[in-house]
Design a protein around this ligand. Structure first.
Ligand code: NAP
Length: 327
């Protein structure tokens, strides 16, 4: 086979899972490239504060992401700001295609593409995105100082972001489709103790009323009584979970009904040399610490996989340029 330009590992995605995979891959001396289309750090960048990263009782999301990036860079990890358009599995090696037309051939691929906010799917939601509708309190909360906002959802994100918004806004309505929150107990207790947060139970946001100035109100329906009300708000924040970013998952890789990639305990997919980590992977809980653990596991497994291929004689000799740069 043609070994020229073949590298050991491509990591697609630079959130906690991808960056941790990068750290472990570099420590395992794998020739690794990490590709990230936007800012490294992923969703952590969007968190005001992280309080469950061991050793850091309270750290800004952006600060934690920056520390992870810096840590990965200390090992010399090559991080490229590139959009991946396809991951093509092969029998001899895998190919990662970039938007600019470049193709990177690699023994192994770790998919760390994370997830995106789930949408409510109501009329006006996309039209008024950025004009009152938001999926990120840290990014947009500033615009709602002294105003009234509605937050949809009952999980950790909705409650955490409601608490953040309560520091800025005059009033926060937390609209949840049941009468029990899914969020962790510590967040629930804080939210219940916050006088600016009012709970709207068993309710769905069914419509958005807006004008040229942006969102003016939301229409709400009680799921039990069928009663409808219009709540005057300046903003609507939606935190109803995430959907896996699985567009780059190659055909043939097994996924569950929700579109999460099914792996074994080493984060290996059913295709040899292709791994899935972090929020893309089907698993019990989605936490930063678990994403990082996935990245570690997959990198160790990928190192073993690459070593076994080389031991079997597949491109054991480094390319003439020393296994170096792709650019
Ligand atoms: P989540 O835990 O899946 O919660 C989504 C919430 O939205 C649920 O309360 C759900 O209601 C509601 N919901 C779903 N679809 C809806 C719809 N169409 N209309 C109205 N409501 C809807 O999502 P998340 O809060 O974004 O959290 C995602 C993961 O990240 C979780 O594993 C979470 O623990 C983790 N996370 C952790 C932290 C932290 O540890 N500090 C912070 C943020 C996120 P039901 O309850 O009725 O299903």
């Amino acid at each position: 086979m043609n070994c020229e330009g073949l590298i050991d590992l491509v990591i697609v995605g630079g959130g906690p899972a991808g960056l941790t995979a990068g750290i472990y891959a570099m420590r395992a001396a794998l020739h690794t490239v990490l590709l990230e289309r936007s800012a490294p750090g992923g969703q952590v960048n969007l968190s005001e504060a992280v309080e469950n990263w061991p050793g850091e009782p309270h750290i800004g999301g952006g600060e934690l992401a920056a520390k992870m990036l810096e840590h990965a860079r200390t090992y010399g990890l090559e991080i490229r700001s590139e959009e991946v358009v396809a991951v093509e599995p092969g029998l001899e090696c895998h190919t990662v295609r970039l938007a600019g037309g470049e193709a990177i051939r690699t023994h192994a691929v770790i998919l760390a593409t994370g997830g995106s906010p789930r949408k409510l799917g109501i009329p006006g939601e996309l039209e008024y995105y950025g004009k009152g509708v938001s999926y990120c309190a840290v990014c947009d909360g500033f615009f709602f100082r002294g105003k009234t906002v509605a937050v949809v959802g009952g999980g950790d994100s909705a409650v955490e972001e409601s608490l953040y918004l309560a520091k800025l806004a005059r009033q926060v309505y937390l609209v949840h489709r049941r009468d029990q929150l899914r969020a962790s107990m510590i967040l629930q207790q804080r939210a219940r103790a916050e006088c600016k947060i009012a709970f709207v139970w068993n309710s769905l946001v069914t419509g958005i009323r807006a004008d040229a100035g942006g969102v003016q109100a939301v229409e709400i329906e009680n799921r039990l009584s069928g009663d409808r009300q219009v709540l005057a708000v300046d903003g609507l924040f939606v935190f109803i979970g995430f959907e896996p970013n699985n567009a780059l998952v190659p055909a043939g890789v097994r996924m569950n009904a929700e579109g999460y990639v099914i792996t074994d305990e080493t984060c290996a997919t059913n295709l040899p040399g292709i791994y899935a980590v972090g929020d893309l992977r089907a698993k019990y809980a989605r936490q930063i610490v678990i994403a990082a653990a996935d990245g570690c596991t997959a990198a160790l497994a990928a190192a073993h996989y690459v070593e076994s291929r080389k031991a079997a004689g597949v491109c054991a000799v480094p390319p003439p340029d020393g296994g170096g740069k792709l650019r």
